[in-house]
Design a protein around this ligand. Structure first.
Ligand SMILES: [Zn+2]
Ligand SMILES: [Zn+2]
Length: 403
């Protein structure tokens, strides 16, 4: 039987695992319950397992050959699945909905975890045929906690004794594509995302006598609008950037001028060039406006995620594998990069590979209007679990065979 049929045969277990993880979602770098479920799912497989120390990651290595050592020196492929949830209150009404108040698997990482565990089973059953090793990277903290960077620091890229020749990650989507349809593109796949933190420092006083104070609020407001002008005047329309101020705070009441005004923005870009230009031009803009009003400002970019760049050859290969496995009609090219961001970008900075989207829109829903990832009513369909597990496994099998 082929990988796809074997995956369908274990689909009920993948559904059960996915739903168990969905019911008990966890946020951030510390996911002890999820880690336990993964370890239980991998129990009995011929894997070398190591656990993270700074985070509750699981790294599992499957070595090919009859004894598991025969493929020593063969190539290594890394497969990544993220495991964390979001601070969202679930409104799906599903019978396996989250039981944790204010926490939800709204980005479908529960499916990634189950699919990767499924791939480990499918590949373990083919251990003899594997001419190399597979690293399964079960990663916490994708949603803003840079879990991938922590796992790299703890050695995931060297877990099999040598650097992977290729790395792949799948991501499900509750909208945009019908269930089972895979999409990817070479080059930039997802944006770089950073937090811009700005605090304008003035001097508080009476609201009726602003000339005796140094009011930070009008200057901060000017910065917010000037940032949008900056986007349209300083950046190539074919290498776009997005700046959205999502938080703005100042003051306590109507007749008191506060000392400070602070805002936070998310900043997205798709090339190192645009990112560098953002770093210099945004800070210069904030300092210039502050100084024009006789104020000072602290403005900084906080740790973000770089652009997720798909390797040209690995992406072509992965799309071929997806088309062969899922059907030509189920593998569509992605025209534009997505404005979301991914910490798999840290892996792809060091290992050539590809990030692929997999539609998981439930039957009966219209992908064009279904609630998106991160929405409290986003629903990801279980039917794609077997396809996702098979795709992970097939990517590793064919990539190792090719080397
Ligand atoms: Zn997400
Ligand atoms: Zn995600």
């Amino acid at each position: 039987m082929g990988v796809r049929d074997d995956a369908e045969a274990i689909a009920p277990e993948l559904v059960a695992l996915r739903r168990a993880i969905h019911r008990e979602p966890e946020i951030g770098l510390d996911l002890p319950g999820t880690q336990r479920k993964v370890l239980a799912a991998l129990d009995g497989l011929p894997l070398e397992i190591s656990l993270g120390t700074a985070l509750s990651s699981v790294t599992a290595v499957l070595r090919g050959g009859a004894s598991g050592a025969d493929a020593q020196g063969g190539p290594v492929v890394l497969l990544r699945g993220d495991m964390d949830a979001l601070p969202v209150t679930e409104r799906t009404g599903l019978d396996y909905a989250s039981q944790a108040e204010g926490v939800m698997h709204a980005c479908g990482h529960d499916l990634h975890t189950a699919m990767l565990a499924g791939a480990a089973r499918l590949l373990a059953a083919r251990q003899r045929e594997l001419p190399g090793a597979v690293v399964f990277m079960f990663q916490p903290g994708e949603e803003g906690h840079a879990g991938a960077r922590h796992m790299i620091a703890e050695g995931v890229l060297d877990a099999a004794g040598q650097r992977p020749a290729a790395a792949y990650a799948l991501h499900v989507a509750s909208a945009d594509w019908p269930a089972g349809v895979c999409s990817t593109r070479p080059g930039p796949m997802l944006a770089a995302a950073e937090v811009l933190a700005v605090t304008v420092h003035g001097h508080g006083g009476h609201g009726s006598e602003p000339h005796h104070a140094a009011d930070p609020i009008p200057a901060a407001c000017e910065m917010v609008t000037a940032l949008q002008t900056l986007v349209t005047r300083k950046f190539d329309v074919f290498d776009p950037v997005v700046i959205t101020v999502g938080s703005f705070h100042a003051g306590t009441t109507d007749n008191v001028i506060p000392d400070d005004a602070a805002f936070l923005a998310t900043v997205r870009s798709f090339s190192p060039r645009a990112r560098d230009r953002l770093h210099t031009s945004v800070i210069a803009l904030a300092e210039g406006i502050a100084s024009a009003h006789g104020l000072t400002v602290s403005a900084e970019f906080r740790d973000g995620y770089p652009v997720t760049v798909n390797d040209e050859a690995e992406t072509r290969f992965a799309a071929r594998v997806a088309a062969d496995l899922l059907g030509e009609e189920c593998c569509v090219p992605q025209l534009n990069p997505m404005t979301g961001a991914e910490d798999f970008s840290f892996v792809l900075e060091q290992v050539p590979g590809a990030f692929l989207m997999l539609g998981a829109c439930p039957p009966g829903a219209d992908p064009a209007t279904a609630p998106n990832n991160h929405a409290p009513d986003a629903v990801f369909d279980d039917s794609v679990l077997a396809a996702g597990a098979a795709l992970y496994a097939e990517l590793a099998l064919r990539r190792l065979a090719r080397s």
